[in-house]
Design a protein around this ligand. Structure first.
Ligand SMILES: Cc1cc2nc3c(=O)[nH]c(=O)nc-3n(C[C@H](O)[C@H](O)[C@H](O)COP(=O)(O)OP(=O)(O)OC[C@H]3O[C@@H](n4cnc5c(N)ncnc54)[C@H](O)[C@@H]3O)c2cc1C
Length: 417
């Protein structure tokens, strides 16, 4: 079957197509939600296979560590997100995909037949051959990780002695973790950020890197570039041959895609599935791969931004295919980059414009709230953010000079009402 000509013999579109989506992250969940926009798909069967109970809005996970946001905001349950849609959620792992029989085998429940399939299984942490890392370092990828890191930070905040925290990897996640952890623990903690490379945030714009360097410096984060952690213990790391204390070691380096769930398909050197410009899989016009698991000829980043743009494109292609129209190529548009750089502080770079500090933090939070998966959840999170803003204004008003105080109180009351 050709990827571009769905009207070839044997590929006519079914009346009520069965659409199965594997993986409920930015690629899969957003595809399912975007499909809701298409009236002619209202009576189709859309099944989302996802083993986790909650969707993870990964860019805002750091805010949980500093108690700027709660788990309900950044990890809403699928049951709530999918209420009122025609998406059936199967809480299970997909174990195998049979592309010829058009069937997905599940780990526990009955298998599922599909007319169209979207695979969006994302990535997992890349294992590193560092002794002790599995047992004594914590990754920052799952809800369990967030809860564990938060608990450990709460314990360290209570410790009667100075504490040391090591963050491995000076990419976006490492820098965001280091700055948030430094703000959470304050002066009692020595935070160090370690990377084998010679600079932080390699693929990012220079302006954003500068902001990040400044945020690290302001927080006295020790930066160890061209350095290696050679072993991790319960309260130490061996860094370039020297044992140094580390009461918490965070592992923020590298990820690799989950392996394809079936007979081998073409992959790139990183193990990502090679797809057509339309995100269709090789000869299978009815199968799409989206997000971190997919690789096009044109290099796109492994980000939420890429995954939800691709999800919109795939939903549109499915709407087209089910109306006997050809899908269109997906063109990623890089809208910019944003980083958390401490409590309430952020760095934003977009089309040559850059904001930092509190303004950067506010813009970043607002943009991400706007990107939350459903209107209802967006509204709830926005209301909470507004409440916090009002509380902040009240606090400022209480401290400021009389005239400013009266003005701020007036604004705060108006916002609250
Ligand atoms: C801590 C952190 C911070 C990040 N910050 C940013 C950021 O600020 N900006 C940004 O753009 N990107 C960010 N990213 C990257 C972003 O989260 C990913 O690029 C994005 O989630 C990719 O979407 P995806 O759908 O491909 O994969 P995911 O969102 O990871 O979703 C994959 C889903 O598939 C499920 N799954 C896996 N295997 C199976 C199976 N066999 N059967 C059924 N389900 C399965 C998983 O449970 C998961 O829910 C961050 C990532 C992390 C970890």
């Amino acid at each position: 079957m050709s990827p571009f000509t769905p009207s070839l013999p044997g590929s006519s579109a079914p009346q009520s197509p069965r659409i199965v989506i594997v993986g409920g992250g930015f690629g899969g969940l957003y595809t399912a939600l975007y499909l809701q926009k298409y009236r002619h798909l209202r009576h189709s069967s859309i099944t989302l296979i996802e083993p986790r109970e909650r969707f993870l809005f990964t860019p805002l996970l750091y805010e949980v560590l500093t108690e700027e946001m709660s788990l309900w905001e950044v990890a809403p349950p699928y049951v709530t997100l999918l209420a009122g849609t025609n998406i059936q959620w199967r809480q299970d792992w997909a174990d195998h995909i049979d592309l010829e029989q058009q069937r997905v085998t599940l780990r526990q429940g009955d298998g599922l037949a599909y007319d169209y399939l979207v695979v969006a299984t994302g990535m997992k942490t890349l294992q590193l051959p560092i002794p002790g890392i599995q047992d004594h370092a914590i990754t920052f990828r799952s809800l369990g990780d967030v809860v564990q890191v938060k608990r450990r930070l709460d314990q360290l905040a209570q410790a009667a002695h100075p504490v040391a925290v090591t963050v491995l990897g000076a990419g976006a996640s490492g820098v965001e973790l280091a700055t948030k952890v430094a703000d959470r623990l304050g002066k009692k903690a020595q935070v160090r950020l370690v990377d084998r490379g010679d600079q932080i945030l390699k693929p990012f714009a220079r302006g954003l890197r500068r902001q990040a360097m400044q945020a690290l410096r302001q927080r006295n984060v020790e930066l160890h570039l061209q350095a290696q952690v050679e072993a991790v213990g319960p309260a130490m790391v061996r860094l370039d041959g020297v044992e140094v204390p580390s009461h918490l070691t965070l592992w923020a380096t590298g990820a690799e895609p989950w392996p394809w769930l079936g007979t081998a398909v073409a992959t790139n050197a990183q193990g990502q599935v090679q797809v057509q410009p339309t995100l269709q899989l090789g000869d299978y016009f009815n199968v799409f791969a989206v997000g971190d698991i997919a690789s096009q000829d044109r290099v796109t980043p492994n980000t939420a931004q890429n995954a939800y743009q691709a999800a919109a494109a795939v939903a549109k292609s499915l709407a087209n295919l089910t109306r006997q129209r050809a899908p269109k190529p997906f063109r990623y548009l890089h809208l910019g980059d944003m980083l958390a750089l401490g409590k309430g502080v952020g760095g934003v770079w977009s089309f040559g414009l850059s904001f930092g500090g509190r303004l950067g933090g506010l813009v970043r939070r607002a943009v991400y709230i706007f990107r939350m998966p459903t209107a209802r959840h967006r509204f709830k999170v926005a209301r909470q953010a507004l409440r916090q803003l009002v509380q902040g204004l009240f606090k400022m008003a209480r401290r400021g000079p009389r005239k400013l105080r009266q003005g701020l109180l007036k604004v705060a009351r108006r916002v609250q009402s």
